[in-house]
Every structure is written in C-alpha cells, then in structure tokens.
Design a protein around this ligand. Structure first.
Ligand SMILES: Cc1cc2nc3c(=O)[nH]c(=O)nc-3n(C[C@H](O)[C@H](O)[C@H](O)COP(=O)(O)O)c2cc1C
Length: 191
C-alpha cells in the first residue's frame, strides 16, 4: 500500500459563512483513501512587516511548520477585485520569508476557488499561479476547479450540495495525489 499523504488546505477568507472555507471542508470529506486534508485557518495572522521577518509571530511559525510537514498544499481562493484576497497573499508572503527560508519551496500545490460571480475566482487563481513561480512551488495545471455562482451550490449550513462540483473537487484531489506521488518518486521518496 502507498504511503499516506497529508495535504494542507488553506482558504483565503475569514468569513464565517465563506464559500471557500466551505469548499475546503467539502474537499476534506471527499479526500481519497489514505489521504488526510488538514485545514489551517488564517485568522490571527498580523499584517506582514519585514522588520519582524527574522522573528515572526507565533501563528506564522505554526503556518510554516505545517506547510513543511505537509506532502502537498491545496489553496482555496476567493477573488477580490479580480485578484488574490489580501488575507491569503499576506499569509503567503509571511511563509516565504526571510529570504532563503521559504516554506513553500518545492511543494506540490493545487488551487481551486469559489465566487458568487460566474467565473468562480478564475482571475485570482491565475494570479496565484504567477506567485507560485517565485515561490518555486510545483503547481498542478489540471483539473481547474472554478466554483461559479457559489450561492447556488452550498446550502445554508455551508454544505456543498451540488453533485457536479463535488465530482470536480474529487477529481482535483485524485490528480493532486498522483502529482505529489510522481514528485516523491522522482526524489526517491514514497512507497
Ligand atoms: C472586496 C471584495 C471584492 C470582490 N471582488 C470580486 C471579484 O473580483 N470577482 C468575483 O467574482 N467576486 C468578487 N467579490 C465577491 C466574492 O466572490 C464573494 O464575496 C465571495 O463570497 C467571497 O468568498 P467567501 O465566500 O469565501 O468569503 C468580491 C468581494 C469583496 C468583499
């Protein structure tokens, strides 16, 4: 049997009824066998200040440790003004610093997102992919999961009730597992 994988899931919203946090919880339920999706909530991370990067806040130290302990990353992003919400970009920036101590480096990563608009956060997702370049991550290209018209796909309790979207998330997770295992075997790791 192949080695169990841990995926660290991070949603770029602090909102209680966030569709993106709800999509991440759905991914947790849809995880393939032998795969655990852990969630890191971004509340409580202060605004980045480069003066503090050598001695970052406790929550940032935790974030970096959780990224490093994970086999892969799943980012679930809202779209704010056609781009990445500040709360997510702020966390990304913290965990990339100080220079030479970038926790994201070499991590397989998948991205998905939800918005109330028709495009399902696609523009924010493509901006994130640009950021992955300097972070030196290993982004999975496909499948893309863009959850448009999110208000129609979740119930009042934040359960993802749209079967098509559940299927797409499941496919993304299966592809992320293959992508991660492919990189592990290239490095001579894994089972
Ligand atoms: C500051 C701000 C900017 C937004 N800009 C966009 C946008 O560019 N495209 C879009 O589809 N939705 C946009 N929205 C609407 C979001 O899709 C919606 O608020 C969504 O629920 C946010 O994700 P969440 O539910 O995970 O918090 C914006 C919302 C806010 C608060």
């Amino acid at each position: 049997m192949s080695k169990p994988l841990t995926i660290l899931g991070i949603a770029g919203s602090l909102r209680k009824k966030s569709y993106n946090r709800a999509a991440l919880r759905a991914a947790q339920q849809l995880a393939p066998e032998n795969v655990k999706i852990e969630i890191f909530e971004l509340d409580g991370i202060p605004i980045f200040n480069q003066d503090e990067e050598q001695n970052p806040p406790e929550k940032v130290k935790q974030l970096k440790a959780r990224i490093r302990a994970a086999d892969a990353i799943l980012l679930v992003t809202p779209e704010y003004n056609y781009s990445i919400p500040g709360v997510l970009k702020n966390a990304i920036d913290w965990a990339s610093r100080p220079y030479g101590d970038n926790a994201w480096q070499g991590k397989p990563v998948a991205v998905m997102g939800a918005s109330i608009g028709a495009q399902g956060s696609s523009r924010a997702q493509y901006h994130l992919r640009q950021v992955f370049v300097f972070l030196d991550m290993l982004p999975m290209n496909k499948p893309e999961v863009m959850i448009g018209n999110a208000s129609q796909r979740f119930d009042e309790e934040g359960n993802l009730v749209d079967p098509e979207t559940r299927k797409h998330i499941r496919e993304l997770l299966e592809a992320l597992v293959s992508w991660t295992r492919r990189h592990e075997s290239a490095r001579g790791e894994g089972a």
